[in-house]
Design a protein around this ligand. Sequence first.
Ligand code: TXA
Ligand code: MG
Length: 341
Amino acid sequence: MSHIDSRLTTDVDRAVKVLRDGGLVGLPTETVYGLAADARQAGAVARIFACKQRPPDHPLIVHIHRPAQIAQWAREVPAAAWLLAETFWPGPLTLVLPRLPDVPDGVTGGLDTVALRVPAHPLARELLARFGGGLAAPSANRHGRVSPTTAQHVWSELGDAVDLLLDGGPCRVGIESTIVDFADGGIRVLRPGAITADDLQRVTGIVPSTRAGSGVRAPGAMTSHYAPSAKVVLVAAADALAEVATWRERGARAGLLCACRPDGLPTGVPWLSLGVATARQAQQLYARLRQADELGLDILVAVPPTDTGLGVALRDRLLRAAGRGDGRVFVQGTPPPDPQD
Ligand code: TXA
Ligand code: MG
């Protein structure tokens, strides 16, 4: 592997050239880092799938510079979608809309819809402005793994499979965008994020529904997502110490992920602080999941935040990290939602 310094840059013009030549660029956004390619070049888009080891029927988000560019990708834009675009773009919101026929199948996974987002990170904005077109960009992690929130994370996930890596510092939001679609005149949240259901309702006057197990939208049968190598076990705060003790008795190396260090946590059990404010928790979550692996934990006992506001998205990611199958243990709460990438 070449040294990271040869690929790490803030030079947007260099990134534009790589993209025009069909290359892959590590792209900082306010949510997580993306792995970007020219959405109109089938070969470049195919390289994203190879690099991520992502199933080919798993559609990508197209990142654009301005709301007006929706018209280059979507054939129909409901009034509610325009309202949301005008209110929340640039920002952590992805709109799923009926696609125009010339949108490459590689981007949409053959679906009749295309997912669009205008990211807010200044480097992403500058890149999109100078590039002019749309950038297909999934999160820059290997399929099913934790999304990267620093350039260093991208490098450790993908290394020099990325032609160039734009360094935009740590991501401000820290978890992936809210994804919505507009089926049957309503609004449906396919993936919760920093734009909450309340935000969507306030702007559109429509009460959003949440994704009701429609496997159609994100095909594939993955067992776990956003997952570290450590098994993630979710518990209520009151049960955390007992859960840690149980795993230690079995000889497992356990750590605890929660807002506040509980009294009585044995010394030698790593406490991975999530912080108290939910915005901070979102910023830190993926770095903490990576830290669990760096510490060589077998088990990460995690106390999910409350189920309101941004906490809904945090719980969603923790549920997915706790995943099904793959020997991961799931202790408490509802079954994890359908897989997403
Ligand atoms: O914040 C984000 O959205 C980040 C940054 C890089 O922009 N991107 C991201 O991309 O999270 P990715 O590929 O990891 O997740 C995109 C999700 C996938 O679950 C995919 O199934 C869904 O978007 N998606 C893409 N196109 C879709 C479509 N036409 N209909 C429904 N879901 C779609
Ligand atoms: Mg992803």
